[in-house]
Ligand binder design. Structure first.
Ligand code: TYD
Ligand code: MG
Length: 455
């Protein structure tokens, strides 16, 4: 009998090889290949053209069901979902450990239960007692949630199929689940995929809104199974700095709604509070406008993030060589921008030290940051603060033109959402239907006139 071939699956992208390698040949990740048992072939019948049940075709314009959404009881959560949870759909919620995923979902489960619908919360990571303690702390101990600690998908589905399907089913987390259909430890790609598949099938057949919590790796992808992202209807990520209070809930994929909506929360002593006016997030550190500070609506991958760029200019008395120090941006790009500001706008930085910092430890790679950096530099040089409600974006060419960049409408929408009323950018940027008032600047000297001319 032939020896079954060894199989190694990349835990990041799911690609399969038969030889172990240090680096995945498909996605380039290191140390992600793990051996998994071969997939069982269930049937000897290879011809698939007979023996199946007929499927029924429908017209595209057939009267379908209207999507009925269920509110999570948290407006910011609903907003990020595109209006609420859709029954019979699966949501994957990713985020760093400790960011607040369990807290958010416990709060949503409690709100739904208090609203009279049933919600089931299954934790594979914590004992029921621990979840109860968290509920106490959140002031939700009275909510009629069905709570359990379990990791066997068979136990979970056996139990659920013996009861009225709940409106919401939370599985915290999918990496702790185990299906006995497949060999392997919980958390491997095969296990995660098999467990998710069974749970999603249950949810679709029973009209249950399913939320799967997924751990995230350092690089921000949902750990192991990127394959999982294809299986679910909605992929969300819960982001923030653990040392800071604010959390942003974003949808990365959404079969039922837009993907550029965000929900904003603050982690407080009693759980997550919704931040109705998220512009506070940025204004809290900027109480009065300071010269040299500009806000840039960045796009990280497909996701918008508002970032503060800070510049400081120190005039030197002596003829010493002035320093240029940059944190969070390319120093070559700063040198280029300073040269363009000197050559095209007649500004003089040559006898001044220039410090540039991107707040919050962000690293900007987006060329659209040029205009925000230029605005921060000019503002610092002129010692005039920029308008507190303005954002700046656009690429600057060597000729001093402000060039169009991608995703201007997403940048503007995000800016509007975060409370910024004015945006400055390339002349032909598409403002879309944003609430932010957009002004095209065209050439870099116009930026200087605007900052130096108008206080
Ligand atoms: P948790 O929801 O357990 O995170 P995750 O499920 O994403 O790993 O949240 C953990 C952190 O949140 C923990 O460090 C403590 C903090 N926290 C609060 O600050 N206030 C609260 O009311 C709760 C429940 C948690
Ligand atoms: Mg958790």
């Amino acid at each position: 009998m032939a020896k079954p071939k060894r199989r190694y699956i990349c835990q990041a992208c799911g690609s399969v090889t038969h030889r172990w390698q240090g680096q995945c040949a498909d996605c380039g990740e290191w140390n992600t290949l793990a051996e998994e048992a071969p997939e069982t072939v269930f049937s000897a019948k290879h011809d698939l053209s007979s023996g199946g049940r007929p499927i029924i075709f429908e017209a595209l314009d057939a009267p379908g069901e209207v999507l009925k959404r269920r509110s999570t009881g948290l407006a910011e959560f609903d907003r990020a979902l595109g209006g609420g949870l859709v029954p019979g759909s699966a949501v994957l919620m990713g985020g760093d450990p400790g960011i607040g995923k369990s807290t958010l979902l416990l709060q949503a489960a409690a709100k739904i239960a208090l609203g009279g619908a049933s919600s089931v919360y299954i934790s594979g990571e914590e004992a029921a007692g621990q979840v109860r303690m968290r509920a106490d702390r959140l002031g939700l101990a009275g909510a009629p949630i069905s709570l359990a600690s379990a990791t066997s998908v068979r136990d979970i589905l056996t139990t659920l199929s013996g009861m009225v399907p709940p409106a919401l089913l939370v599985i915290d987390s999918i990496q702790t689940m185990h299906s006995d259909q497949i060999e392997g430890a919980p958390g491997t790609v095969s296990q995660v995929r098999a467990s998710a598949f069974e749970l999603i099938r249950y949810a679709k057949e029973n009209g249950v809104a399913l939320v799967l919590v997924g751990h995230v790796t350092k690089d921000g992808s949902i750990a192991g199974p990127r394959v999982l992202e294809h299986m679910v209807d909605v992929v969300m990520s819960f982001e923030g700095e653990r040392s800071h209070q604010y959390r942003i809930l974003r949808s990365i994929k959404n079969r039922f709604g837009p993907v550029d909506e965000i929900g904003v929360f603050a982690m407080e002593g009693q759980g997550l509070a919704e931040v109705g006016n998220p512009s506070m997030l940025f204004l809290s550190g900027r109480e009065s406008p300071v010269p040299g500070s500009a806000v840039f609506p960045a796009i990280e991958g497909t996701r918008p993030v508002l970032v503060e760029v800070q510049a400081l200019i120190v005039r030197l008395q002596s003829g010493a060589t002035p320093r240029r120090a940059v944190v969070g941006w390319d120093s070559g790009r700063l040198a280029m921008l300073l040269a363009v500001l000197e050559a095209r706008c007649g500004l003089n930085f040559s006898s001044a030290e220039v410090y540039l910092n991107v707040a919050g430890g962000y690293r900007l790679a987006d060329p659209a940051a040029d205009l925000a950096v230029a605005a921060a530099l000019v503002s610092a040089l002129a010692d005039k603060p920029l308008a507190a409600d303005a954002v700046w974006f656009g690429e600057v060419s060597l000729a001093g033109e402000i060039r169009p960049v991608a995703h201007s409408s997403i940048r503007l929408r995000e800016s509007a959402k975060l409370g910024f009323g004015r945006a400055f950018g390339p002349s032909d940027a598409n403002g879309g239907e944003s609430a932010t008032r957009f002004t095209g600047l065209g050439l870099l000297p116009n930026l200087v006139d605007r900052i130096v001319g108008h206080a």
